[in-house]
Design a protein around this ligand. Sequence first.
Ligand code: ATP
Ligand code: MG
Length: 366
Amino acid sequence: MSSALHIKDLVKQFATGKPAVDGVSFDVPAGEIVVLLGPSGCGKTTTLRCVAGLEHPTGGRISIGDRVVSEPQRGVLVSPRERDIGMVFQSYAVWPHMTVRQNVAYPLKHRRNGAGGNINSKVNETLALVGLRDYAERPVTSLSGGQMQRVALARSLVYRPQLLLLDEPLSNLDAKLRIRLRDELRRILKQTGMTGLYVTHDQAEAVVLGDRIGVMKDGKLLQMAAPDEIYNRPADHFVANFTGASNVLLGKVLACSGGKATIDLGAAGRMEAWTPQPLAAGDKARVALRAENIRLGERGPANVFAARVIERRYQGMQTLYDVELGGQRLEALELGTSARHQDGEIAVTLPPDTCWAYRDEGAIAD
Ligand SMILES: Nc1ncnc2c1ncn2[C@@H]1O[C@H](COP(=O)(O)OP(=O)(O)OP(=O)(O)O)[C@@H](O)[C@H]1O
Ligand SMILES: [Mg+2]
């Protein structure tokens, strides 16, 4: 049976530097997959290793199911072996001198809780799950990278751990295989009802795999929410930017109430935007926008601006446009195999719901 994971105020401070994990709290309900997403060095692996027991946390509490496995304040620290966790890493951690079957059977023979039931049928069932039934008797070294990673996955699923931890398991694979295995991985995890914590810096992977996504930066969890909420209602400017809303318009808050702000963009005029923050009139604001949400050549009901196409880059399936709007630059993207707009004057609509305003606290470090 898979169990829920609870993390409360987790802190991990290494001997030097800032805390690698700095007060992180979240839950993974039983049967859910939570993805931690964030740039290199933000503390994803350290969080995962604390859950596995491979790292000793400095503070906070980690529980798996009803059992507290780490709480330094009370001197609780359950060893990795006692946590009933499966782990899959970036590198294919398989035994090179064994066949596929021997690799997958290994934990059943050597884990305390692995035994019981028919080993062969458990191995066969798990190999079928990862699509390697026909490869059972092959030496593992004769497999491709993607197949080896599936062996590693099978090996951590075969004893049905309470919780599966995955640290960038697809990042050593080529792009095409990565996409295929990503989709398969979701199916496999859902089929087994496994509770999973998955770490990646790849937003596409996070969206496909996660029931919820937690975006991390500098050891802190900025937002934990369903993928569509992360994508359409980013709680923080960094979250917006990291998940692809790379356009920024700078302005000043004129008014704000009930999650709606009016922003003075200077030469371009004023705009309406959604905001998760209680902004105050006079605050400096940055408005984040996705390139694909900018409507070129359209006069919508709100946020219509006179703009200018400066440059366009035709890419076959889509065209990118550099647009100037009252002295500020935007990149707009339109799908389709033909570029519809010419350089020069153009009307632009920025649908208010897709414009997200945040207090400007200086440059964003990313
Ligand atoms: N054993 C260690 N000793 C000291 N500092 C460490 C140690 N392990 C990690 N750190 C530091 O903790 C921070 C978080 O590292 P972590 O490996 O958790 O990042 P990450 O989000 O997994 O990054 P990546 O995407 O590059 O794998 C980094 O600043 C890193 O240098
Ligand atoms: Mg890492």
